[in-house]
Design a protein around this ligand. Structure first.
Ligand code: DAH
Length: 341
């Protein structure tokens, strides 16, 4: 009885296993026959009801059947796995002619590009680059720069004060003082950075903006050095046919002081919208470093002289790219920034 039942199970199992269409089916059959409550397992369990003399022969047969089913299942599994892998590979054909995924490269911000270009020109002339803090003391921003106690820029309405003696620097000029206290001549540095003034934002004003400061100090520096360096800068920045013009001006930390105009790079000097018809564009302030400033650095003003200059980065970028609103530079609209790739 039991032997016949075993044969039946064995035959049925073989048929089912050979016909299994998926790995899941094969696994289900393994559970059905060999699992804890499987059909074959049940048979082995009921062996205890047999007479002892039958038990041995039946046991042998049952174990053989068990290992047959086991190897049938593992063969089937292997076959199905290979098949699945083949199907997968066939469905994943690779089109090597398909265009690659585009790597989106960012764009340096126009302000960064302008600072980088100014920096490149001055470093090529032997200048090094310094930086100073954006939160400054009244001493560095005004006192040491020879701005008298009643200088209008000191006013609370023009300057952001943190405390009575600490402020957001209104210019990069305090880096001149820091440089004079930290280095011995010959000095040739530029200092790019952020500045702050109490201005209400509009098309041409921003409470935060950028400047690039310059300072050269050594024995025998004259106004001719100032003009030579800044004229060379203007030609490299705005084109080799650019002419420069120096107009007298006043700054507390330079004497004499001047403003430098460049011939309009748009119309060449004939007069246009960019230069407002004058043919000239004001670019920077400059002058020979005031002896009072050199003294802060402990320098012998009979021996050492120097020149300094400062320019607005936004102003240069706006002129060069004919931007009519400074706020475009701070909105960080990617469509605006990407135009300057
Ligand atoms: N600090 C001045 C300003 O913010 C610009 C300037 C003028 C800087 C003349 C200089 C200079 O170094 O010599 O308006």
């Amino acid at each position: 009885m039991m032997k016949e039942r075993l044969k039946e199970i064995s035959q049925k199992a073989r048929e089912q296993i050979l016909g299994a269409a998926s790995i899941q089916d094969a696994e289900a059959l393994r559970v059905e026959y060999l699992g804890k409550k499987g059909k074959l397992t049940d048979m082995l369990k009921s062996m205890k009801d047999l007479a002892p003399e039958e038990r041995k022969a039946f046991g042998q047969l049952a174990n053989e059947t068990k290992s047959q089913i086991e190897s049938l299942i593992s063969d089937k599994m292997a076959e199905l796995k290979t098949l699945a892998r083949e199907m997968q590979l066939r469905s994943q054909t690779i089109d090597v002619t398909e265009p690659g995924k585009e790597v989106a490269l960012g764009t340096r911000h126009l302000i960064t590009q302008t600072i980088d270009e100014i920096t490149r020109i001055f470093t090529s002339m032997g200048f090094s680059v310094s930086e100073g803090p954006e939160v400054e003391t009244v001493f560095y921003n005004f006192d040491a720069l020879n701005a008298g106690p009643n200088h209008p820029a000191r006013d609370m309405t023009d300057t952001f004060y943190v405390t009575e003696n600490v402020l957001l620097r209104t210019q990069t000029s305090p880096v001149q003082v820091r440089t004079l206290l930290a280095q011995k001549p010959p000095i040739a540095v530029i200092a790019p950075g952020r500045c702050f003034r109490c201005d209400t934002p509009d098309a041409t004003h921003s409470p935060m903006f950028h400047q690039v400061e310059g300072l050269v100090v050594d024995e025998g520096i004259t106004m001719a050095d100032l003009k030579g360096v800044l004229d060379s800068f203007a030609k490299q920045m705005f084109g080799s046919s650019t002419r420069t013009n120096f107009r007298p001006h006043h700054f507390p930390f330079t004497e004499p002081s001047a403003e430098m105009d460049v011939s309009c790079f748009k119309c060449g000097g004939k007069g246009c919208r960019v230069c407002k018809g004058s043919g000239w564009i004001e670019i920077l302030g400059c002058g020979m470093v005031h002896p009072n400033v050199l003294k802060v650095g402990g320098l012998d003003t009979e021996k050492y002289t120097g020149f300094a200059f400062g320019m607005g980065v936004e102003r240069i970028a706006m002129l060069k790219y004919e931007l009519d609103d400074i706020r475009l530079l701070y909105e960080n609209d990617i469509r605006f920034i990407e135009q300057f790739k």
